[in-house]
Ligand binder design. Structure first.
Ligand code: ZN
Length: 198
């Protein structure tokens, strides 16, 4: 079932408590899984859209069995969701499939240089192109996040008090945790930053 149909179904039948409860359960599980980020671009977006049915990919909802296939569900921001739309790889061409954020390790397919993503595989390339993962606003926001990281790193490098320094290092490392926005580019940048410090 595609997104529009899922929406239509809820709109047409808003008192369907089964559908709504399934949706709520799925949503909670997915939010925990993605750390409340878009599964594709890693941006926080729930402060803008929280609660909107239209921002869940509901392809896993099977109207026949009325069950949810959680593995086929993920949370995406409006922009990624829209770009992904109904893209489907040509049949039997695995290389043209999008990266599945619920199953694939993105670092196998993608790499980052500063705020920009690069592909390691054809699937990475297809995903960057289809989802537009290097779109201007994303690159700008990633660049801002990296700039803030660099500022914190300078503070850490300049600090001479060992106990303050080790606290600053822990805080710095935490900035690239999976629950942080843009943690993919941040963790790659962090390797470089901390390595340079020695
Ligand atoms: Zn997104």
């Amino acid at each position: 079932m595609d997104l529009a149909k899922f929406e239509e179904r809820l709109k047409a039948d808003p008192s369907n408590t089964y559908l709504l409860s399934q949706y709520k359960v799925a949503k909670e599980a997915l939010l925990a899984e993605t750390h409340k980020k878009c599964a594709y671009c890693e941006a926080f977006f729930l402060h803008v859209y929280f609660g909107d049915v239209e921002h869940i990919l509901a392809k896993g909802f099977d109207p026949v069995s009325r069950t949810l296939d959680y593995m086929n569900l993920t949370i995406a921001c409006a922009c990624c969701n829209n770009n992904k739309s109904d893209y489907e790889a040509p049949q039997d061409d695995d290389d043209e499939r999008l990266i599945d954020p619920t199953r694939d390790d993105p670092s196998v397919h993608l790499h980052a240089l500063g705020p920009r993503l690069f592909h390691r595989t054809r699937r990475g390339e297809v995903t960057i192109e289809v989802i537009e993962l290097n779109r201007d606003d994303l690159e700008r926001r990633r660049a801002e996040a990296l700039k803030a990281l660099e500022a914190e790193r300078s503070r850490y490098v300049a600090e001479r008090n060992p106990s303050i320094k080790s606290r600053l290092k822990r805080e710095l490392q935490r900035k690239a945790n999976p629950d942080q926005e843009f943690s993919f580019v941040k963790s790659i940048a962090m390797e470089v930053l901390l390595h340079a410090e020695g």
